[in-house]
Design a protein around this ligand. Structure first.
Ligand code: UD1
Ligand code: PEP
Length: 433
């Protein structure tokens, strides 16, 4: 439990403009990819969020030099002298597992603490390990650590994923760029962040084609070099602001949002009657009365299906529109649990096991104290606070800081009444710090 909280006075309609930050789930992988080459990688449009600091700490623990000023991060991976990602960092951020592929590819060895269970449900890593084994690595689980070695180097192979896992596709791509010969990844994840990573790897000298389709082909190269690269905009942050605007009944230009990154989500919003269109520089969303919108069913799936990371914000929106909608969560079974917190606010959501929820609207939510169950669930509860009567306090909000830059400032800039408090700030107000 963290001692950070968002406090929201509900009832304001959002209006104006908001600019989305760079994508967490792309930037983290670029930083791991920097391990593939000695020298100084320079990333721009890096979001100022907690996960970036965690990744800097992880890279530094391996011997890299990092700096993170404004929205620019530099990583010099010349002096790597450790190949172990420790438990205390992996525990904070599961995405740490993506250093496995690059370390193994460049140094022939890597040890990463096995990521434990987390808020979203079972998050297995078997696809990562089996993919690396196919490339010739010896991989074992020993005393809670994934230990991988490739004494004779990695060699290209055909890898057929049982499920298009984002992280496993990324780990295998980053390992295969320095393997000898050709690697073919079938049933690869197709998320925009995979395409962004392939573009970045190619800028570093790799030869990756097919990213964004289910078949990625990688021809190994002898060495990689550092590159300067810009992080793509965050589609999940974009979607969060779009849904917040629809739920409060507002009119907002979400600068940086890309229509191609939110195909299914925008289709669903249009089906509901939300006016949402691509304009120069972003996406404009406008709703007069959320109660006049119609409910829809959604089912989360790998891209280009409906994103699991935008399921919880949609759950909040569905409480504000007319009719009943069924949410089917196919990726992370625990992500529907936020419905229980919403029910404490009066949402009346029926939860059927871990996979289905029935949301009926429109409901007048009432503010109370709720607990952020995870990153996107926490953001969804802030959205619920925006539409609720009275004051909502979202406790355990440290999760939200992992993924949203300046959430309080951005929402306040759109007219919301939101404050962020941390234990330190509260103690300081009380004169104890
Ligand atoms: C840092 C990052 O980019 N996180 C995103 C990434 O997580 P992450 O990369 O962890 O998600 P995956 O695509 O790997 O997971 C999808 C599903 O596959 C299962 N699985 C995965 C790997 C494995 O070895 N075995 C296995 O069974 C998982 O339990 C889950 O049910 O993609 C998810 C799905 O879009 C997003 O919600 C996360 O925000
Ligand atoms: C679940 C997420 O992140 P992670 O995979 O790092 O937990 C997310 O970005 O929504």
């Amino acid at each position: 439990m963290s001692d950070e909280r968002f406090v929201i006075e509900g009832g304001a309609r959002l209006s104006g403009e908001v600019t989305v930050s760079g994508a967490k789930n792309a930037a983290l992988k670029f930083m791991a990819a920097a391990l593939l080459a000695p020298g100084r990688t320079q990333l721009t449009n890096v979001p100022r969020i907690k996960d970036m600091h965690t990744m800097c700490a992880l890279l530094e623990s391996l011997g890299a030099e990092t700096s993170f000023e404004g929205h620019e991060a530099t990583i010099d991976a010349s002096g790597i002298d450790s190949y172990t990602a420790p438990y205390d960092l992996v525990r904070q951020m599961r995405a740490s597992i993506v250093v496995l592929g690059p370390l193994l590819a460049r140094f022939g060895k890597a040890e990463v603490s096995a990521p434990g269970g987390c808020q979203l449900g079972f998050r297995k890593f078997d696809f990562h390990l089996n993919g690396l084994r196919k490339l010739g690595a010896e991989v074992e689980l020993d005393h809670g650590f994934i230990k991988a070695t490739a004494p004779n180097g990695l060699r290209g192979a055909e890898i057929n994923f049982e499920f298009p896992s984002v992280g496993a596709t990324e780990n295998v791509m980053m390992a295969a760029v320095l393997a000898s010969g050709i690697t073919i990844v079938e049933n690869a994840a197709r998320e925009p962040e995979i395409v962004a990573l392939a573009d970045f790897l190619n800028a570093m000298g790799a030869n990756v084609v097919g990213a964004g389709t289910g078949r990625i082909v990688i021809e190994g190269v002898d060495e990689m070099h550092p590159a300067a690269f810009e992080v793509v905009p965050d589609r999940i942050e974009s979607g969060t602001f779009i849904m917040a605007t629809a739920a409060t009944g507002g009119d907002v230009l979400v600068r940086g949002a890309r229509e191609g990154y939110l195909k299914m989500e925008l289709e669903k919003l249009r089906e509901m009657g939300v006016e949402v269109r691509a304009v120069t520089g972003g996406i404009r969303v406008s709703v007069d009365d959320p109660g006049e919108l119609r409910s829809v069913d959604i089912s989360t799936l790998p891209f280009p299906g409906y994103a699991t990371d935008l399921q919880q914000p949609m759950m909040v929106l569905l409480t504000q529109v007319s009719g009943a909608g069924i949410i089917t969560e196919n990726i992370f079974e625990n992500r529907l649990q936020v419905g229980e917190e919403l029910n404490r606010m009066g949402a009346g959501i029926d939860l059927f096991g871990g996979h289905r929820a029935l949301v009926r609207g429109p409901k007048r939510l009432s503010g109370t104290i709720v607990q952020a169950p995870d990153l996107r669930g926490g953001a969804a509860l802030v959205l619920a606070g925006l539409v609720a009567r009275g004051r909502t306090t979202v406790e355990n909000s440290g999760h939200i800081l992992r993924g949203y830059e300046g959430f309080e400032e951005k929402l306040t800039g759109l007219g919301a009444r939101v404050a962020f408090e941390s234990g330190t700030a509260l103690a300081s107000r009380a004169g104890t710090v």
